[in-house]
Ligand binder design. Structure first.
Ligand code: PLP
Length: 381
């Protein structure tokens, strides 16, 4: 029998069958009348999921591409920008804004720390402000989900535009784009939005559109895409099948109800954490309901995290993520954004327990699954 596969990474994530079916539909032309209602509905549903009245610009790109659109549109060489990092992705944005010639003020936390609004406010006051504050909502490399509302508030107070990496958070945890005054919210199709990789998106406020700078750009020029989308006419050939798939996926999210989706993610996070702790493992990501995207667990002493990832994949067909950068080999990460239920978590925990025991770790056997199920059942406040 072919090995049954479980994709338990924080992106790409499993794609529901209804979305797969839409992806398998024959290709229609992107200027054909049949595509326009799909495109229109997809853009409308994106606004609903991103909780914004503003445009959500869609690009054929990964999340990094959509983020580069924000950099290319908002950075003029020499301007000061404050980039906050506490892991791999924040550090990527510090590099990217620097590559576009920004005078980058980099507020760099150690990986796994939680950015504090007080620090950001103090930094903005000391430096005399910044054109934009660049922050990561869910730092997928560490499992930390930041308090974007509070961080954005200090940025706004200092007169900065607020740009948010919501690549692994949009559709999993609340992101109130308009209410929190976020000027650019960047995401991608392959995470909580339950669609294959290939679509990047950015919700752009009128203030951000009015503040675009002079960096060279063409494909990622926001105004070009905004104008075309307003006529339901993509400026370039869009990934037609992915747009159709994303439209179905967004319909599934909205059908479940965003609040119910957020609640499910909180309970999935609880299940993963309680199961890991029951085995005797130490969490790396915070033991907190906010950590609803990915659970990062410290690898027990004497064991190589890469070996855990390899064994889970080769023996059990389960793909989890290892640590990135300085955390490589030291943590493993179980993703739970998108099309997940508690049995995905318990399957992974059961296999993790077997794997760790086999690799010689001193783990508590036979309790993780029941503890995880109990944690999932417990209603959120
Ligand atoms: N930002 C975060 C928080 C991510 O988790 C990822 C992907 O893992 C990215 C950015 C980069 O997205 P992509 O790989 O789609 O370019």
């Amino acid at each position: 029998m072919a090995t049954k596969r479980y994709l338990m990474t924080p992106g790409p994530t499993p794609v529901p069958p209804q979305v797969l079916a839409a992806l398998a539909e024959p290709i229609i032309h992107h200027r054909a009348p049949e595509f326009r209602p799909v495109y229109e509905q997809c853009l409308e549903q994106l606004r609903t999921v991103a909780r914004t009245e503003s445009d959500v610009l869609l690009f054929g790109s990964s999340g990094t591409g959509a983020f580069e659109s924000a950099v290319a549109n908002l950075v003029t060489p020499g301007e000061r920008h404050l980039v906050v990092s506490a892991g791999n992705f924040g550090e990527r944005w510090a590099q990217m804004t620097a590559a576009y010639g920004a005078d980058v003020d980099h507020l760099r936390y150690a990986w796994g720390e939680i950015p504090e609004p007080e620090d950001v406010g103090a930094r903005l006051r000391e430096s005399g402000g910044a054109k934009a504050l660049w922050i990561v909502h869910s730092e997928t490399s560490t499992g930390v989900v930041s308090d974007i509302e509070a961080l954005a508030a200090v940025g706004k107070e200092a007169g900065a535009l607020v740009v948010v990496d919501a690549v692994s958070s949009l559709g999993a945890v609340p992101c109130e784009t308009d209410e929190w005054g976020l000027d650019a919210v960047v995401s991608g199709s392959q995470k909580a939005l339950m669609t294959p990789p290939g679509l990047g998106l950015v919700a752009v406020s009128p203030a951000a559109l009015a503040a675009t700078g002079s960096s060279p750009r063409f494909y990622f020029d926001w105004e070009r895409t905004r104008k075309a989308q307003a006529k339901l006419d993509a400026p370039f050939t869009p990934p037609i099948s992915l747009v159709a798939g994303l439209n179905v996926a967004l319909g599934l999210l909205l059908g479940e109800g965003l609040e119910a989706v957020f609640d499910r993610h909180v309970r999935l996070g609880r299940a993963a954490r309680e199961g890991a702790k029951a085995m005797g493992l130490e969490l790396f990501s915070p033991d907190d309901d906010r950590s609803a995207v990915v659970t990062a667990v410290r690898v027990p002493d004497g064991i190589d995290g890469k070996e855990i990832v390899r064994t889970l994949r080769d023996r059990f067909g389960i793909t989890i993520a290892g640590g990135q950068g300085e955390l490589m080999g030291k943590i493993v990460r179980i993703g739970h954004i998108g099309w997940f239920d508690v049995f995905d978590i318990t399957t992974t925990l059961a296999a993790l327990e077997l794997t760790l025991a086999e690799l010689g770790a001193d783990v508590e056997r036979g309790v993780a699954v029941s503890r995880a199920l109990a944690a999932f059942e417990h209603a959120t406040a």
